[in-house]
Design a protein around this ligand. Structure first.
Ligand code: NAP
Length: 318
């Protein structure tokens, strides 16, 4: 198949594009040309790179037409963030593609009631990002069910892998949290540390996309979580990471209002976003219908990322 990947040089594309090439697909990667894949791979020599700024083309009303004119059999949209943007593309591709795969997020759930959260749970999204992703998913599923538009939505958790910073045990992306755990220093944790984060290795997200394509009749009109087999509590995460560094975690639990004063405004906002969602998503549907078997646990994925940060001088864990 000819597969167009919109935003193919990012976290997920780094693994997905080589997987697509290895599976024998003709791959076109759309990006602005500002970023390169996180890891080198010989498969990129066989990929057609097309530089398009989606935002600019959408503003001009020409983005969907440009993608359609490439005559793809399948389109994988990694970077759609508003309902309007999705509608523009779907209108252009209606009746033109065999499969349309959208990258969403588990944030589309918002507050969970029963965990692990399943794909059919009632949506209670909050925050503009989660609300828009939820609207996109709803729109795509209706298009699939009512109008036979061949859409599948895949919802990753916190994406992890070499080259980028994992969400840490304080629920944000501050690098000093890793250093404190590595050095056996006291780490302040909000509340009781029982709120959760749910990581996934970028290659496991790529695996779900590949399985959805290989199981077309099962995946069209469906949403799937793409997360590791189990979420982590902040406390358990901190203890496991400290142990990986050869330390015993020295954790200081603080009520939210006090804790947030100990970090920057940005870090507090990041933590709030993560703990307010406290994601804990089920992979049972992807396992049952697609045969998804994550290669990485949350901790294995994080350890790989943290090792990369240390090897590249981003954190000092000596
Ligand atoms: N990060 C997470 O933890 C997380 C969690 C859940 C869901 N998600 C979802 O994952 C998706 C992002 O995937 P990712 O993390 O693999 O992407 P990413 O690492 O953010 O990479 C973005 C890709 O899109 C390209 N791009 C960015 N802006 C563009 C534009 N205006 N026009 C054309 N290309 C553009 C970038 O290349 P250039 O810079 O060269 O243009 C790059 O190829 C999003 O839908 C997000 O909601 C992410």
């Amino acid at each position: 198949m000819k597969v167009v990947v919109i935003g193919g040089t990012g976290h997920v594309g780094t693994y997905l594009v080589p997987r697509l090439v290895e599976a024998g697909h003709e791959v076109v990667c759309i990006s602005r040309g500002e970023s390169q894949p996180y890891l080198p791979h010989a498969a990129w020599n066989q990929v057609e790179r097309v530089f398009i700024d989606r935002a600019a083309e959408e503003a001009a009303g020409t983005f969907g037409g440009k993608i359609r004119d490439m005559q793809p059999d399948a389109v994988i949209d990694m970077i759609c963030f508003t309902l309007e943007s999705c509608q523009h593309l779907v209108e252009a591709l209606r009746g033109q593609v065999e499969h349309f795969l959208h990258c969403g997020t588990i944030w589309m759930h918002g507050h969970s009631a029963q965990v692990p959260t399943t794909e059919d749970a009632a949506r209670q999204p909050f925050g503009e990002y989660g609300i828009q992703k939820s609207l996109i998913e709803r729109y795509l599923m209706r298009e699939a069910h009512l109008n036979n538009f061949p859409a599948t939505a895949i919802h990753p958790g916190h994406i992890v892998g070499p080259g980028h910073i994992p969400v840490n045990p304080a629920g944000n992306k501050e690098l000093d949290v890793f250093e404190k755990l590595a050095k056996g220093e006291t780490l302040n944790i909000p509340n009781l540390g029982m709120e959760t984060v749910h990581h996934v290795h970028a290659d496991d997200v790529a695996q779900v996309f590949m399985l959805a394509m290989a199981n077309w009749s099962t995946s069209v009109g469906e949403s799937f979580h793409a997360v590791s087999g189990a979420a982590l509590t902040l406390r358990g995460f901190a203890e496991a990471l400290a142990a990986w560094f050869g330390q015993e975690a020295d954790l200081n639990f603080m009520p939210w209002d006090q804790w947030k004063e100990t970090v920057s405004e940005d870090a507090a906002a990041g933590t709030w976003d993560h703990i307010a969602h406290s994601p804990n998503a089920s992979i049972e549907k992807a396992r049952r219908l697609l045969g998804y078997t994550p290669r990485y646990t949350s901790l294995e994925a994080v350890f790989e990322s943290v090792q990369w940060l240390a090897d590249h001088g981003e954190i000092d864990i000596s």
